[in-house]
Design a protein around this ligand. Sequence first.
Ligand code: GLN
Ligand code: ZN
Length: 754
Amino acid sequence: MVNISNLGYPRIGENREWKKTLESFWKGNITENQFESEMKSIRLQSIEKQLRLGIEIIPVNDFTYYDHVLDFATMFGWIPTRFGDLSEKPSLHTYFALARGDKDLVACEMTKWFNTNYHYIVPEYQYDRKSKLLYNKPLASFLEVKNELGIITKPVILGIYTFTQLSKGYKKEDKYAVVKELLPVYIQMLKELEDAGVEWVQIDEPAFVLEETNEDFQLIKEIYSEICEALPSLSIMLQTYFEGVEQYHDLITIPVKGIGLDFVHGREENVNALKKYGFPEDKVLACGIVNGRNIWKNNLEESIQLIETLQSLIQPKDWWIQPSCSLLHVPVTKKKEDSLEPTVLAALAFADEKIEELVVLRKALEFGSDAVKQEIEKVKQSFEHLNKLNTKSNEIRSLSEEDFNRAIPFKERYQFQKEALNLPLLPTTTIGSFPQTKEIKIARQQWRKGELPESDYRHQIKLKIKEWIEVQESLDIDVLVHGEYERTDMVEYFGEKLKGFAFTKNAWVQSYGSRCVKPPVIHSRVEFMKPMTVDETSYAQSLTKKPVKGMLTGPVTILNWSFVREDHAKEDIANEIALALRKEIKALEESGISIIQVDEPAIREGLPLKKRNWEAYLNWVTRAFRLTTAGVQKMTQIHTHMCYSSFSDIMDAVIELDADVISIEHARSHEEFSSYLAENPYPLGIGLGVYDIHSPRVPSVQEMEQNIVGSLKVCDIQQFWINPDCGLKTRDEKEVIQALSNMVISAKKVREHY
Ligand code: GLN
Ligand code: ZN
């Protein structure tokens, strides 16, 4: 038998009702009762919708008021003591304070959920407090749907191992003790579910795809044996996703009733494991077959073939087909996309359409693929049409190794650049953007709606550029920028001007809390059309004798922050973007720009989950960056910028970028990175951010001077640059002027000592 299951459904609602409800509650525009009842209706609607679309095993408790990891942390009492001594379910106020802070309390840490763009709140274990079940949210969610709709659903529970791995507050060597301390509480939660008539629970253990040790797996087996023994009539679907599982042969000996595997992202590994070790006949196999992390139609033919292959290999108790992971990571429905190019629209499948695909797949498995011939044909056609959108010859094939390497080595070209640019010791610069004022944002909106003529909009941008070139000159900054006033977003701006991109109206995906993002779609070959930044940059340059730094977003960041095709290698897409940007760089050079920064803040977040795959990733990533930048003349100085994390573990790859200068976020990981650099001197130009731009505080001259002096202990002064941590577009103008003025003074003071 084949059943259709789901692992989780987007919370945000078709029109982001969830976000709007949250935000109006936070603003005090609705009462707690209104909030609860609005949320309940969103929650129940999504259950009814999944049922209507054909899901048979419907998840509950995937819904949350903020974050599912935070839900479990508050259920078990794993929250910092500054939030008070919890003895029961926290109030809504406390719950949101944990996530966002309030006037007295600093929020908990937030970090990325595996390799997705979803961010969770990090639970904090407390040594001085015993874990306790303060409330049972999965139970409440299950009962709600049972009572209101009469449907038996499958509660989704965060696995005890993954939960502990994602938490902080305990020493590494105490991990086993901590898991065991939590275990009885965890079992109590599940017991209450069992008693309430739950048939299946889905226990999510994505950490099983990481490279955990044998010892860890022994612990995992032990815990799950205990769980299963305590809950004889509860069926557990042990769910993994995002990659192939490690230690498959151990995993299948765990006495749960079902195992869920990702056959999209871990296809090869999981299929090989099944071939090698088989699959227990007394367990259900849940096959993640439709990509839960992308927006394209499923290749039905391939999926049917895959399941048929699996069916020829193994005989599980039952088959479930489902998305590869929770649909949390994709937009809700493509129904509202009425302004997309039809060829692009036809190839898309968001959450609701993915569920429909599962229904088609089941039909094929029941009645043979002939029964879904039309659907298969339609998918094929969609992609054939899509591929015809851009048929120009592929320049990537004619590249040679020289295109990836600068002709002259760093030491030599840096010397040329120094002379040509005539910069002082410890040159000062900024990361690119200056504060975006309300007027500029309003002007852009009006221009987009056609209410403001393009020439007026451009004129306003130019005025802003002029104003800030003057500001930078009066502050005596050495390398100026134009300020990025024409950009709302560093990827969107380039996507709109390159061929191969599409922008949706409503394809929102939750990033953290109520914040949603709408990534662009790269649907066909990326191509340069005409210069994208030359007007603004060369206008800025015409106003000053100091060098103005051109400002581009790098190929890997554009790729990692977009939805990309599954049937094109990421490496190829990155190289296409690189070639397009290479042309932009050429155009900038030709217009007299001698310093060009190519931002790559998102390189690190694209790292594969398994460390053994890092090298291959970093290899194509650095090549794409070099393809973008290596064609310049020796005098042209290439800068790059990185932020959002610490970089010690990928510094070898950063060096491989061969950028003349890198500016890197530093204020928040100061100690760690400095001691790394002390051991591993950076061989190219570098600017370690001298102040944190995320806070409205204006740092003093003395503070920055100390930072610089500290950095010079581990960096070569001849190659050191002075800059803030990141772009300044979110700050206010007055603050920025004061901070930059102090920054320049501090640089000058340090110069005097050398
Ligand atoms: N040049 C960009 C800016 O200053 C860089 C943004 C980023 O690193 N995220 O805004
Ligand atoms: Zn940055």
